[in-house]
Design a protein around this ligand. Structure first.
Ligand SMILES: *Cc1c(COP(=O)(O)O)cnc(C)c1O
Length: 339
């Protein structure tokens, strides 16, 4: 038994999901002829109360398309320093959209309206024009942190007032929604564009949705083609996305529960210096100074448990739908026995 806790992207489709994929009705989606893709886009949009959606190969692509359509180079994007759009998308903000980036140090990936207000450039030719704010909920590098809806509303009001676009990197938005006191529609009301990953905790093999107004999504379709993301009989994979949205949201709580259990066990182990608070399905812990954290990663790999380094002396474990109760017991037993 191999236990893969490197990411919630490692999930493979269940038999039920495969059946949905196998039976999908497909067509050429570049001609907008694939009814399964059309249904997925409509389902995602309606869940968040948005007018339209577009299915893309990856979350990086939905974010990068959103940044492109919400900006006009030269200009500047404002985000937290831990943001995926900045850290893990290959410099795409500059490469694809020709924007500068203003980084803010938030609270484990979460910004406040007043921090953003202070980061908006004055109308002065020396400075790039502030054009777009990007938030991430949950924040991966922050350890799966969840935004408070009151703060999001304040940020939205500020952006409307200052004529800035507001994008949500919602790769793991459903991990936030099942824990927080807000719904997908509440979130949809606050953002111009929303990116949602189907291939993370929701368990689809491929794909992300970008949601927004009809006008914005029409623009997005043009940009997706330029980025090389126009797909043909994509209904086969889109069917997995529909299955995921219909069946795999509520069960995210099980992943969160398992993550909390792992966090509690780690708290009491001699090689652990500290465990970051566990908010959703991401557990990050720091190894004591006297032990090189790479040796812990290697020892776990020897016991067929895969985890990843997450910064200096930090290790990340991510729970997901292929991480069973049996695997949880085995992981706990292995962690406790680690010498
Ligand atoms: C995974 C992820 C993405 C998109 O990743 P892809 O691998 O391109 O699908 C975007 N934002 C966050 C926060 C993520 O964790």
């Amino acid at each position: 038994m191999i236990i893969d806790l490197r990411s919630d992207t490692v999930t493979v489709p269940t038999q039920e999901m495969k059946n949905a994929m196998f039976n999908a009705k497909v067509g050429d989606d570049v001609f907008e002829d694939d009814e399964t893709v059309i249904n997925l886009e409509a389902l995602g949009a309606s869940m968040f109360g948005k007018e339209a959606g577009i299915y893309c190969p990856s979350g990086t692509m939905t974010n990068q398309i959103a940044i492109k359509l919400n900006s006009n180079s030269p200009g500047e994007l404002i985000c937290d320093e831990l943001s995926h759009v900045y850290k893990y998308e290959g410099g795409g903000i500059g490469f694809n959209s020709g924007l500068a980036t203003k980084l803010i140090k938030g609270d484990a990936g979460r910004l406040t309206a007043s921090q953003i207000e202070a980061a908006i450039n004055p109308d002065d030719v020396h400075f790039p024009e502030s054009q777009i704010v990007s938030l991430e909920n949950t924040c991966n590098k922050g350890g799966g942190t969840i935004y408070n809806i009151e703060e999001i509303k304040k940020i939205k009001a500020l952006c409307s007032d200052k004529k800035l676009k507001l994008h949500l990197d919602g790769a793991r938005i459903f991990n936030a929604i099942v824990e927080a006191d807000y719904s997908a529609k509440d979130i949809g009301a606050e953002f111009d564009t929303i990116s949602v990953c189907l291939s993370k905790g929701l368990g689809a093999p491929v794909g992300s949705l970008l949601l927004g107004t009809k006008t914005d999504i029409k623009k997005a379709r043009r940009i997706r083609k330029i980025f090389g993301g126009g797909m043909r009989q994509a209904g086969y994979i889109a069917a997995a996305g529909i299955y995921a949205l219909e069946n795999n949201i509520e069960r995210l709580r099980e992943d969160h529960h398992k993550a909390k259990e792992l966090g509690n066990v780690l708290e009491n182990l001699s090689f652990v210096k500290k465990v970051l608070p566990v908010y959703t399905n991401i557990v990050v812990f720091e190894v004591i100074d006297s032990i090189d954290f790479n040796t812990i990663i290697a020892k776990l790999a020897d016991k067929h448990i895969k985890v990843v380094a997450f910064g200096h002396q930090q290790i990340r474990l991510v729970t997901h739908l292929n991480f069973t109760d049996e695997m949880l017991s085995k992981t706990i037993e292995t962690l406790k026995g680690l010498k």
